[in-house]
Design a protein. Sequence first.
Length: 348
Amino acid sequence: MFSRMHAQTVQELHFCQKESLNAVVALHNLRLGPALGGCRFIEYDSELDAIDDAIRLAKGMSYKAALARVPQGGGKAVIMKPKGDFDRELLFKQFGQFVESLGGRYITAMDSGTQVSDMDVMRTQTLYVGSSSNIGDPSPSTAHGMLLGIESAVHFLMNQSLSGITVAIQGLGHVGFALAAHLHEAGCKLIVCDMDEKKTQLAQQSFNAEVVPVDDIYSQACDVFSPCGLGGAINDSTIEKLNCKIVAGCANNQLAHDGLAFTLHKMGILYAPDYVINSGGLVFASSSYRGMSHKQIAHEVSKLKDTLNKIFVLSKQKDAPTHNIANEMAEQILYGDDHSRDWIKEAV
């Protein structure tokens, strides 16, 4: 367990087991403030898989918070979804009690498998919740930030607007579908896939999207490939199928391992680092939790374009993968001295 934490520089792991609740909260780095990160509620093959997921995601949240310039540390919660019948309301009440017991070191929010109603249940037990009915759903801000990020990447690489470009979207969840709507409005041609046939049919009807089988999405000829499902979409096998100029999606941990960043760079594919381009939801959750207005939040989300452009420029100047450039910038903020941290903040 400690070797796993050491490998990802995670500072704390907290566990809770109570009736049907099996949960883990990973806190990666608290230098910038209390950890803020979503609560994932999905089935796992093993407990170690759940723990590793929490650890990896918590690290990503630290890096995301650093480059999003919000006063938060990085954390993530994982609840192992019970395989049989269970009382959902009771489970999330108990998880809310677990969050409360951490004394503000961790602020939870929506993630894969959780919804606004779950956050409402948790808020009956703790105020350390960054999304709920009275705060709002972070998904629209994530989708809006994604649109701005894709726009930035297309302009940097292709020197054109979004109108007329082709985007292949893998996954039509809350963010993926909202992103499809934004891109359709901007004049993009869409290719989509999802395990849920109802979602792809709706995208076809609403956006005139071309629907392809899940396994065929990688090889579609497109300008932008947008992984919007679970992590690890780009691995040693799928990367060889890519037929795009840009990879820009909302999924966390899109690269199965860091070495794939070099492969994308050598292939001439511009990669928008996932934890930068999908940071709109974090900005929303942090800003809403701190009482900022919708106008202020939208302004904060728009700043991710400047950060991405800085990463793209440095990547070209140094002939280095964008993923590595983003990591270096985040690590200066998280681990450098105060002077270097302020310089990076000003630079981005």
